[in-house]
Design a protein around this ligand. Structure first.
Ligand code: HEM
Length: 394
């Protein structure tokens, strides 16, 4: 049986996949990449990291682009940065950041409210301020990081390798400007996750020290980790904010539940809204051996794209993909991935989104804006712009 062709150019990821997936859980792009659209198939791929390698880029990507024991060692060393203690330390810091931003947006606003773009004015600014507060980076970096986010976004949209490389190099320069003074300050460097990364020992042998079982991170590894944390955080938090605000502006009763409900209830609603409209569209793999998927034989060395947005709307698993069922669908929700590469930043992403929504909704009612907003198109998901009106609550 020949597979349908997946050509998402100019389409937003949901409409590019909804109808196609019901015909086949697997498709191929015109250049031969296998696109995994079904939920069961996406799980099968990401849980079999031996057959489906994450080493897809010629650039060092820690931990994203690593496999096997090296990947496991890097995850073991870096996952604690998102542990419960670290999140508890961060919670009041993020509350202050969110509260301050909401206050700025509502400053001098009367009963008629004010219209803002939830992606640019709320999500992107909060993502940058939350990120710099978490990592201990200077607040003066805010305009540069916001500009970088926008350049990075345009580069991903363009698909041009040269542009992507330039944007990545710019980001590396920002990171090195943060690392250099910390290295120079040695023991006097501020105690924050960035300094902790400089001092981190990973459970991997040091080739220079025979018999060793751990070593420090190399400069390129630190830069790569910070790039992946920041890349994971900034763009996705801004896009998630757009998706959430769009949904909540159109469902005031749901917004009430997020504002007044427990953190657990609000988090479950957030996760479920992101399942329905997942802006973190896809990740790549490459096969290491011949492998069978959904009845098709895939050779070794073939490119594979796991399409999370599609898998999260698979009618075989979510009979009505558009229906909101936070408790019922939680277990099969793939917004944060699965398998050994499952998102380590989930506790941080959850804390950020929850804190922002609670701060905003307790200060303002959110209504749809005058204009309908603009969807992103492949390879980016979610919304490019979400106009919403913020009406201060009495
Ligand atoms: C709402 C926001 C986020 C979403 C939807 C999201 C989603 C995902 C998904 C689906 C993966 C799996 C990738 C794969 O299988 O190849 C992943 C991996 C990853 N995420 Fe997130 N993420 C988010 C936020 C964050 C944040 C805040 C951070 C860190 C600050 C982060 C850091 C990472 C890293 C480092 C990986 C790679 C893990 C590995 O390869 O072992 N993410 N994320």
């Amino acid at each position: 049986m020949s597979l349908p062709t997946f050509d998402p150019a100019g389409l937003e990821p949901r409409s590019a996949t909804d109808e196609l997936r019901e015909r086949s859980p697997l498709a191929r792009t015109p250049d031969g990449t296998w696109v995994v659209l079904g939920h069961a198939e996406a799980l099968a791929v990401v849980e079999d990291a031996e057959s489906f390698s994450s080493e897809v880029s010629r650039f060092l990507q820690v931990p994203n682009g690593l496999d096997g024991a090296e990947h496991a060692a890097m995850r073991a060393a870096t996952d604690p940065f998102f542990g419960p203690e670290e999140m508890a330390r961060l919670a009041p810091v993020l509350r202050e950041v969110a509260g301050g931003l909401v206050e700025e947006l509502l400053d001098g606003v009367g009963a008629a409210g004010t219209e803002i773009d939830a992606v640019a004015a709320l999500g992107a600014v909060f993502a940058v301020r939350g990120q710099t507060a978490w990592l201990g980076w200077p607040a003066v970096l805010e305009p540069e990081l916001l500009q970088w986010m926008s350049d990075n976004h345009e580069a991903s949209r363009s698909g041009e390798l040269e542009r992507t490389r330039e944007v990545a190099e710019h980001f590396d320069a920002i990171i090195r400007s943060v690392l250099a003074p910390r290295r120079a300050a040695e023991q006097d460097a501020p105690e924050d996750p960035t300094t902790a990364l400089l001092r981190l020992r990973v459970p991997l042998p040091d080739p220079e020290v025979p018999g060793s079982t751990e070593r420090a991170l190399h400069e390129e590894e630190i830069v790569s980790i910070l790039r992946n944390w920041t890349g994971g955080d900034l763009g996705s938090i801004a896009l998630c904010t757009g998706v959430l605000l769009h949904a909540l502006a159109h469902a005031p009763a749901l917004a009430d539940r997020v504002r007044d409900g427990s953190d657990e209830e609000a988090t479950a609603i957030i996760d479920e809204l992101l399942r329905i409209d997942d802006p973190f569209v896809s990740n790549r793999r490459v096969t290491t051996c011949p492998v069978s998927l959904a009845g098709h034989e895939i050779g070794a060395g073939e490119r594979v794209l796991v399409h999370w947005t599609s898998a999260n709307r698979d009618g075989r698993v979510f009979p009505d993909p558009e229906a909101l069922d936070p408790a019922g669908n939680a277990e099969r929700n793939l917004v944060y991935g699965a398998g050994p590469h499952v998102c380590p930043g989930r506790p941080l992403a959850t804390l950020e989104l929850l804190t922002l929504l609670k701060a905003l909704l307790s200060a303002a009612d959110v209504r749809p804006g005058e204009t309908p907003g603009e969807r992103e198109i492949a390879p980016v998901g979610g919304w490019a712009h979400v106009p919403v009106v913020l009406v201060p609550r009495g």
